[in-house]
Design a protein around this ligand. Structure first.
Ligand code: PMP
Length: 387
């Protein structure tokens, strides 16, 4: 019997075998011609995945938080006014991070499991004289999905730079960076991009690059400074050797493979597959008699679901039981409700079989935990969506 378990947390996720074998290639020099080509290919493909044909991609060794840090440190100078639109844990992180660089942060926090209404955002933008706003596409702590398009439009209307934390969304949720006028879309490798943890990725608009070029003060973070990294990205894309800090050679080769797989599927097909899998999970969860956040399907993520445990069920025991059934799920993250809910990641390479196996493991753990429901109801509801 295979001993492996199905990893269904909101990152890291299950990775495609071709990506893992690209990762396992012999490590080459970071200035070897084949590596320069892989790095250049990955940069070019990022523009296609982000739907940002004229913007500047960056590939860095690091995590999603480094991508947040890099956007913040390069675009913020002391005293700049920033609007942070938060739908959970990661919005709060962005506010704290930006304050370190001297930003004057106004924090707009949604109700738990909901978005901040657009009218409230517009009211702030009208009066606030902001330089920049940040928002989280999918907050992984609440599974709330914010529609980036109207916020991108508002940012343009009020001449504010926009930064989208797409760590739990890029290559899963629909993003059309340039069409929607979003200046920075950032992510990490371990989620819907489909590469093991260790890369911070972002694509930056020409407008944001110009704001950075016209800074009055040096970037307060030496490692993240685009002065150090822009020439490296440009050199790799032009096919030339270059060095500032050693790139994560094997991860970049794996990224090249994963971006090829993503583009071979096609962005629209990929967005649609994520929607379908999410709907299957949502219907299954409802059929099992569980509630989830967000309360409204309209703002529910395509990349993860966040159901509440049935009342009286101990979360730790439930997750252990699901694990025994062969599936790994995640506990809650938002401090206010941490012990009350769990999270299922459904992004990247997820397919029908993963979905049904996960629901089956959840059903078995619910049954063993004494939750009353009709066994098979979740599977049936999911199958109805999937067929
Ligand atoms: N933003 C969001 C929405 C995330 O889900 C995460 C990671 N779960 C991060 C930022 C931070 O990314 P990392 O853990 O890779 O630093």
């Amino acid at each position: 019997m295979k001993s492996r378990k199905l990893l269904m947390i909101p990152g890291p996720i299950e990775f495609e075998p071709e990506v893992l074998s690209a990762l396992g290639q012999p490590t080459t020099s970071h200035v070897a011609p084949n590596f320069i080509q892989s790095f250049g290919n990955a940069l070019r493909m990022m523009r296609e995945v982000w739907l940002a044909p004229t913007s500047q991609p960056f590939i860095m060794a690091g995590t999603g938080t480094l991508a947040m840090d890099m956007a913040g440190s390069n675009l913020i100078e002391k005293g700049d006014k920033v609007l942070v639109i938060s739908t959970g844990y990661f919005g709060a992180r962005y506010a704290e991070l930006l304050a370190r660089y001297g930003a004057e942060v106004t924090f707009l926090q949604s109700e738990i499991g909901d978005v901040v209404p657009l009218e409230i955002i517009e009211e702030e933008l009208k009066i606030g004289h902001y330089k920049l706003l940040t928002f989280t596409h999918v907050d992984t702590s609440t599974a709330v999905m914010v529609d980036p398009k109207p916020i991108g439009e508002l940012a343009q209307k009020y001449h504010v730079l926009s930064v989208l934390d797409g760590v739990c969304s890029v290559a899963g949720e629909e993003i059309r960076q340039e069409e929607w006028g979003i200046d920075v879309v950032l992510t990490a490798s371990q989620k819907a991009i489909g590469v093991p943890p260790g890369l911070a990725l972002m694509v930056v608009s020409e407008k944001a690059m110009n704001v950075w070029k016209n800074r009055k003060s040096p970037v307060a973070n030496y490692y993240s400074d685009w002065t150090n990294w822009l020439p490296i990205m440009q050199a790799y894309e032009a096919g030339n050797p270059s060095y500032f800090g050693t790139p994560a050679v094997n991860l970049v080769m794996a990224l090249e493979k994963s971006l090829e797989i993503i583009l071979a599927e096609g962005m629209d097909a990929r967005f649609a597959r994520h929607q379908l899998m999410a709907k299957a999970f949502r219907e299954a969860i409802k059929a099992l008699g569980l509630t989830s956040i967000p309360f409204d399907d309209q703002v529910s993520a395509a990349t993860l679901s966040a159901p509440f445990y049935p009342s009286g069920m101990k979360g730790g025991e439930f997750l252990n039981q699901v694990n025994k059934e062969g599936v790994i799920l995640a506990g809650g993250l938002l401090p206010e409700i941490k012990g009350d809910y769990f999270r299922i990641g459904h992004m990247g390479s997820i397919n029908r079989a993963d979905t049904l196996a996960t629901i089956s493991a959840i059903e078995e753990a619910l049954r063993k935990g004494g939750h009353p429901f009709e066994m098979g109801a979740g599977i049936k509801a999911a199958q109805q969506v999937l067929s």
